[in-house]
Design a protein around this ligand. Structure first.
Ligand code: PEP
Ligand code: MN
Length: 334
């Protein structure tokens, strides 16, 4: 980090600022120009409050050289992290598809979808048992019963389960879940992230509706700071001024995140568009953009779905999408 002092800063003011930095365990290098003094800071500057520093009367400007996300940063971990879930790998060239309904609704529904998406090549089964719904009057999920139904489907297909947690008190119910999803609305639920950092579960963190990539990486950092480094990031669209689509799937987030972090990045074109007919083109585009995987909502009868029917593919549509995804993967690997 570099701090430029205003002309006219006294030696005493400069020295007391340097002492403050040293008190934070930082090494301080002062270079005195004709008008400006520049202070270079070495060490873990993640604890320096850049806004506080900028607000000081003697500071002209501050520039962070190293990003505040240390554990997630590719600079300190140049190889891709490969996240292995029951033998299925994300990252480092490995590509996985997570598919299933928005919500777990019944045994017939979840087991039926699980078999279909597995046959099409999705190694992971998704399904929400705790649903973050905008309206309290909408279907909220089957909770513990939903998780039991996911386990039942897993017993039949062998697919690892991806499912969302909303409240850390529910964690004991997630014992059989292989990947715990932190949804867009909870991306900055820091208490939840911190607690998940103490678990040994793989955590899939979805980008918040109005969050920057840096904020997403800082959320990953919360989990990693607790000792859990097994994280998958998910671009699921952000809110923009556009209204034809539910969200705007930020495809540039995929190569940008892959540059910034070693963590695998998957894309969710279902929530990213909100429209079933747009899911396939955006899934293909995300694969072409270098995503490490996809998350796709599939329902046996989308018109009867208890949540997100409009963006859910039928199993037949999913079969067709998977055939094309494989072709895109081959094309970009060539
Ligand atoms: C979901 O995956 O069904 C979900 C609610 O996702 P998001 O948090 O991205 O809205
Ligand atoms: Mn959904």
């Amino acid at each position: 980090m570099i701090a430029v002092l205003k002309p006219g800063t006294t030696d005493q003011q400069r020295d007391s600022l340097c002492e403050w930095f040293k008190g934070m365990g930082l090494q301080v290098h002062v270079s005195q120009g004709e008008f400006h003094t520049i202070i270079g800071l070495l060490g873990d500057t993640s604890k320096v409050d850049i806004n506080l520093l900028e607000s000081l009367s003697i500071i002209e400007s501050v520039k962070r050289i190293t990003e505040p996300f240390k554990n997630a940063n590719r600079k300190f971990h140049t190889d891709d992290s490969v996240i292995d879930v029951g033998g299925f790998k994300f990252g480092g060239g490995h590509f996985q598809v997570i598919a299933g309904p928005c919500s777990v609704e019944s045994e017939e529904q979840i087991v039926g979808v699980a078999k279909r998406v597995k046959a099409a090549g999705a190694n992971f089964l998704r399904g929400g048992a705790f649903k973050p719904r905008t309206s309290p009057y909408d279907f909220q999920g089957l909770h513990a019963d939903g998780l039991k139904l996911l386990s039942l489907a897993k017993q039949q297909t062998g697919q690892p389960i991806v499912t969302e947690i909303m409240n850390i008190n529910d964690l004991p119910l997630f014992e059989d879940a292989d990947v715990i999803q932190v949804g867009a609305r909870n991306m900055q639920n820091f208490d939840l992230l911190r607690e998940l950092g103490r678990t040994d579960k793989v955590i899939l963190i979805k980008r918040g509706l109005a969050n920057t990539l840096k904020e997403l990486l800082m959320s990953a950092e919360y989990v990693m700071a607790g000792g859990n480094e097994r994280i998958i990031l998910c671009e699921r669209g952000i809110r923009t001024f556009e209204t034809y689509t539910r969200n705007t799937l930020d495809l540039s987030a995929i190569p940008m995140l892959r540059e910034l972090t070693h963590l695998p990045v998957v894309a969710d074109p279902s929530h990213g568009t909100g429209k079933a007919r747009l899911v396939e083109p955006m899934a293909l585009a995300a694969a072409a953009a270098g995503a490490d995987g996809l998350m796709i909502e599939v329902h046996p009868e989308p018109e009867r779905a208890l949540s997100d029917g409009a963006q859910s593919l039928t199993p037949d549509q999913f079969d067709r999408l998977m055939a094309k995804v494989h072709k895109i993967r081959e094309a970009i690997q060539a």
